[in-house]
Design a protein around this ligand. Structure first.
Ligand SMILES: C[S@@+](CC[C@H](N)C(=O)[O-])C[C@H]1O[C@@H](n2cnc3c(N)ncnc32)[C@H](O)[C@@H]1O
Length: 400
């Protein structure tokens, strides 16, 4: 008798073999869009309203670790430039915090702690856990993680990579802007801090041999940044910060996985970038993309944009296309999550948690449920022979 996950796996495999996953033609409209992400309505530990430019994020009292040397609250921000210009776009990170609050209510109950793709090497029958382990091993290998090394995971999610680095004998620190993730990581005994990467100030200088950002960079640029023409400045600042936390004089490495827009994909018109999904025709490319933006918060880079912005600080040493891996992972996540939601046993556990979230954030909950389970906007990004987005893994070497 197959387990629930094996059952989903078999069905997915059958759908691939039978060719019943959406065809490129059915996605052509969606491919004409890919560009943006709007805003939420929720207060979080880090809000621009209670922060002055350059000030550190407020740390929710219940997750401040008493037993750990805290990063000084008055730590200066990174020497990277453009800080004033970037300030207005800090507001939309509330969307991202809410998005992971939503996932926290559903994904762990479905057996998923991971929030990025695995590595399948073209074989969708690779078990989910193995694929995730492949990805983590690959990332840790790329930054030379081993006994005694110091690793920073920017956007560490639920801490699986941090835990794997510690198992290799490394000292690993994760940062995230999600209080729910910090709580979960600390329950797992991991050193994870509630810090926005932009607040990695001087006390973090030169402390690491390797930096990893696995699926977090998509959240760093906002549509407002794109409209203001400062997306390059945000990425440049990110690479400056990452160079600054690596040990000076060494050629430390950074590994990233980031969803990119497709080279051939026309952009959404500027005047449509911040519109609500409900202003667009149901199922249209603009509708799908606006749903993603309202749900997740962020904006995808173009191919080549990261390398251009990393230039002063890092050389690109490797680029790998992992789009198919994200396709396999996403289909498995959503198929299994839907199964769990609809099953009596697990549904009765998950639904009350979802309902509690929906009562606090009704619009965001409706957006996420529509995006993931009704319109399938998330999954559509990776479907078809020529998907509208591309997942690129990059390895960067710091310039001395
Ligand atoms: C898609 S999840 C990836 C999580 C994890 N790396 C994994 O693979 O499961 C994106 C992560 O980026 C974090 N994040 C988003 N914006 C951030 C920011 N400005 N500073 C630090 N972390 C951020 C989120 O809180 C979340 O942990």
């Amino acid at each position: 008798m197959p387990t629930a996950r094996e059952g989903v796996h078999e069905r997915l495999h059958h759908r691939y073999s039978a060719g019943t996953l959406p065809s490129p033609a059915s996605l052509r409209g969606f491919q004409t869009a890919m560009s943006t992400l709007p805003e939420p309505k929720v207060a979080v530990a880090t809000t621009p309203a209670n922060r002055s430019p350059g000030s550190p994020p407020t740390i929710a009292p219940d997750i401040v670790a008493r037993d750990r040397p805290a990063v000084p609250a008055d730590a200066p921000t990174s020497p990277a430039a453009d800080d004033d210009a970037l300030q207005p776009a800090r507001r939309p990170i509330k969307t991202t915090v809410n998005c992971y609050e939503f996932f926290e209510r559903v994904f762990p109950q479905c057996g998923f702690l991971d929030l990025t793709e695995g590595i399948y090497r073209g074989d969708p029958t690779v078990p989910y856990a193995q694929a995730q382990q492949n990805q983590i091993n690959w990332l840790l290998d790329q930054v030379g993680c081993g006994p005694g090394s110091r690793i920073l995971d920017i956007g560490c999610g639920n801490g699986t990579l941090v835990e794997a680095a510690v198992r290799r004998g490394a000292t690993a620190i994760g940062i995230t802007i999600s209080p729910a993730q910090v709580r979960r990581c600390r329950q797992r005994g991991l050193d994870v801090r509630l810090i926005d990467y932009r607040d990695l100030g001087d006390v973090w200088r030169g402390r690491f041999d390797g930096v990893i950002a696995n699926g977090s960079i998509e959240h760093f640029v906002q549509p407002e940044d794109v409209l203001a023409g400062r997306d390059d400045a945000v990425y440049r600042q990110l690479f400056a910060i990452c160079r600054h936390v690596l040990k000076p004089g060494t050629q430390g490495r950074m590994a990233t996985t980031v969803i990119h827009r497709h080279e051939g994909t026309p952009r959404i018109r500027n005047e449509d970038l911040l519109k609500s999904p409900w202003r667009f025709r149901w199922g249209s490319p603009e509708f799908h993309y606006a749903l993603l933006q309202r749900g997740f918060g962020g904006f995808y880079p173009e191919p080549g944009q990261l390398a251009r912005c990393a230039g002063p600080y890092f050389d690109l040493v490797l680029e790998v296309d992992g789009t198919q891996d994200y396709h396999f992972t996403s289909e498995q996540w959503m198929t299994e999550a839907l199964d769990k939601l609809l099953s009596w046993k697990s549904g009765t556990r998950i639904l009350p948690r979802l309902l509690a979230y929906a009562l606090r954030h009704p619009r965001h909950a409706a957006t996420m449920l529509t995006c993931l389970f009704v319109a399938e906007s998330w999954q559509r990004q990776f479907r078809g022979e020529n998907p509208p987005t591309r997942l690129l893994r990059h390895v960067w070497q710091a310039k001395p």
